[in-house]
Design a protein. Structure first.
Length: 404
């Protein structure tokens, strides 16, 4: 779904009302109103400006503040869609369900690029059409149906009839959303065709510019470090066993070792995918983490999801999750209230877990110490109270510990 002339038709009064409902202060709202209303415009006629005039609605293009103000207006559409979902006028899809209710997702918004999930029923599309009409009447933003597409998923559906209800076009999977493939087989190399075409287009410049070897190497490094980064941050780079004149290992070697010093894309790919594991461990309120947690459940104190065993529709996260053990071995924990860090098994002290650092006779106490720590959490004891529990456990065992 796309919004027609998104920035040009924003209703200022409604924007101010949205900011007021979201809790912004009176002074801030007046600043935003002044920024929107004080802009003046001029039309060029035969190359010459013909006077100035003020606008009555809309946000200025290329203003760094405009994208943030536009997000406030799209929050209104999000609330309308949520109300339609809560009233059972449109359905959504449910993530998870292993003995739980799961997480309900009805729509995804990124600026004016919107994904809406509903059943392939004429009634639901009719309600969705009315929701768009209300959004246009309230805010002045019209859904651009010529750029809106309906995608059937998993069933043989008469899409011509359903698309006519909404007045949109019919799309097919795979497609692209935010520049990334959507609905394509995970291991398909076709998703990388666009990246490969961009490489060829960029690197073909040296044939026209007659670059010397140093210039070509600079262009190659710049291209490899920028173009594929977006794809490499989510997908595992495919491996192709083809004969090459020069080994990629030699190309990636340092210049002093006879190589060209080109970045190793496989290692760079693993680094970018590991960033998702870091975010999963820290971003507790993110929607994407809630979706992954609902689908696969949590383990290791909530630092990562459980292993992925399904065969279909799980390729992206499965590839990221496979790097957890390597990521964990190179990570260190900072102990807070000991609710997620395992005293004996996690790396929070030195370079090995305490289970390996402590004497053999002390490891036999690990179960009891972990039990006391859990007891301290359940009874809401402070740090001092937990130390007292540990001290009580150690009384009478000093001679045994000295023998170690």
């Amino acid at each position: 779904m796309d919004i027609e002339k998104a920035f040009d038709h924003v209703n200022w009064d409604f924007l101010i009302e949205v900011m007021s409902k979201m809790g912004f202060g009176h002074r801030w709202i007046n600043w935003m109103k002044w920024c929107c209303s004080m802009a003046i415009f001029s039309i060029l006629i035969n190359g010459s400006p013909s006077g100035f005039f003020r606008s009555s609605r809309g946000l200025r293009q290329e203003d760094p503040l405009s994208p943030y103000l536009f997000l406030f207006t799209m929050e209104a559409l999000s609330q309308l869609l949520s109300c339609a979902r809560n009233g059972d006028f449109i359905s959504s899809f449910r993530v998870g369900g292993r003995g739980r209710e799961g997480l309900i997702v009805s729509h995804l918004l990124f600026a004016d690029d919107t994904l809406i999930f509903c059943d392939a029923e004429a009634d639901q599309l009719q309600y969705l059409s009315w929701t768009f009409m209300w959004f246009e009447a309230i805010l002045g933003l019209k859904v651009n149906l010529s750029k809106t597409e309906a995608f059937p998923v998993g069933e043989d559906i008469h899409m011509e009839t359903l698309a006519s209800v909404l007045g949109c076009k019919i799309g097919s999977l795979p497609t692209t959303y935010l520049g990334l493939p959507l609905g394509a087989p995970y291991k398909s190399t076709r998703v990388w065709d666009t990246v490969e075409e961009r490489f060829k287009k960029r690197l073909s410049l040296w044939k026209r510019q007659y670059l010397f070897k140093g210039g070509r190497l600079t262009l190659l490094k710049s291209t490899l470090s920028s173009l594929p980064t977006y794809f490499l941050s989510l997908f595992v780079i495919p491996k192709r066993n083809k004969p090459y004149l020069v080994s990629w290992k030699v190309i990636c070697a340092a210049k002093k070792d006879g190589g060209l010093g080109i970045r190793n894309l496989a290692i760079f790919n693993k680094t970018l995918l590991g960033k998702w594991l870091w975010r999963f461990a820290n971003e507790n309120e993110s929607l994407w983490k809630q979706i992954i947690s609902s689908k696969y459940d949590l383990q290791d104190g909530g630092w990562c999801s459980k292993g992925v065993r399904d065969r279909y529709g799980v390729g992206v996260w499965k590839a990221i999750r496979n790097g957890w053990e390597s990521f964990r071995s190179h990570s260190r924990f900072i102990v807070g209230d000991d609710t997620r860090v395992k005293f004996w098994k996690d790396l929070w002290c030195e370079t090995n877990p305490w289970k390996k650092l402590s004497p053999p006779c002390l490891t036999s106490l690990s179960t009891k110490i972990d039990g006391l720590l859990r007891l301290g959490r359940k009874t809401k004891l402070g740090e001092a109270g937990r130390l007292v529990l540990l001290d009580t456990l150690m009384i009478g065992r000093w001679e045994k510990l000295k023998a170690c």
